[in-house]
Design a protein around this ligand. Sequence first.
Ligand code: ADP
Ligand code: ASP
Ligand code: MG
Length: 426
Amino acid sequence: MALIVHKYGGTSMGSTDRIRNVAKRVAKWVRAGHQMVVVPSAMSGETNRLLGLAKELSPTSMTPAVMREMDAIAATGEQVSVGLLAIALQAEGLEAVSYAGWQVPVATDSSFTKARIESIDDVRVRADLAAGKVVVITGFQGIDPEGHITTLGRGGSDTSAVAIAAAMKAAECLIYTDVDGVYTTDPRVVPEARRLSTITFEEMLEMASLGSKILQIRSVEFAGKYRVPLRVLSSFTPWDIDITEEAASGTLITFEQEDDNMEQAVVSGIAFNRDEAKVTLLGVPDKPGIAFQILGPVAEANIDIDVIIQNVSHDGKTDFSFTVHRNDYARTMELLQNTVGPATNASKVVGDPKICKVSIVGIGMRSHVGVASKMFRALSEEGINIQMISTSEIKTSVVIDEKYMELAVRALHKAFDLDQEATATA
Ligand code: ADP
Ligand code: ASP
Ligand code: MG
């Protein structure tokens, strides 16, 4: 008997029929002798609907007071899901109980709309499990030290599930979703994308941080920190498939070293992110401290900065560009135009919200040369202009015009033979 955490995403919880199916699947795991904690998301579309209603009444000003209410509103989606799933489990003849984040409690900090989990008290949950109950806990939400409801950022139910699995030292955390695993890239963009039977934790972390929405990045961070065995698999297989087959399906996130896997491809996957915007200060003085003078106030305004580029200077002047989340674009432009630009004597502030970032990821990049140049060649053959480049040990990212995103992802998928089985020299 093992303690297992299942997480079901919005599409998997999308209708009462699907919820019934989830309950049947969970019941199968209970009958196989496991203790089960289940973490569902809101029914598909529900979080968007709830946030849309809130935005209708407060279209511009995202004050902390508004954000507090946004979280209280968004969290109701998951509360409906847990109640419905508990009833469906009871209809399967199981004892089941549902909890909202605050009832567990799942303690978070107070960063509304992007709160971080700080601790999870598992006493109540353990007592229920010991009494033979299935415990259903809301994804995506928690409670801050002042008792306010918080949410964990979009896609946050993944993080709830992994954090609960970590806190309870579960034998495994299974993330059930609408695709049958982690693919070389989003199969909705590249139909030839291939499912990976395993992906290393480091690669998954990069893929998630570079925009691949299959897992929220914090869930991968938790899995790494606490070594939670993590698998992504489909909730759309028939619920009554053999449990051993189901438990071995999908994609396993592995913690093994590169050397253990001789078949490792150089590039394992491609991620893309349409949520960024680029801003540029033209003609700032090229002198010590200028980067800090520009980025200090941006960081103080709690705006996350991603790719940064500073050009060589001409006549003591340089251009300085960086990217931010598109939601922060207007705020960043305002800050640059009104404060930072004048303070640094910039000749002009320009911005472009219609960019995207496309990245290739693979731990094989550590030991191979020429990977970035192969990427740049593939893009140039499609006539795609690269605006910014950023690299780390296991990834290369480029910022390009948003309209070329799909073309770029497809071209790179082909250039790196990702539609083929991996070989040692790919
Ligand atoms: P859930 O509601 O189950 O959390 P999400 O929509 O958050 O599901 O994540 C699943 C989706 O992630 C898939 O439908 C797919 O379009 C997308 N996706 C993006 N990148 C990948 C990838 N590399 N592999 C598989 N799916 C991906
Ligand atoms: N319901 C939340 C969202 O739509 C959390 C999740 O689905 O993981 O972002
Ligand atoms: Mg998700």
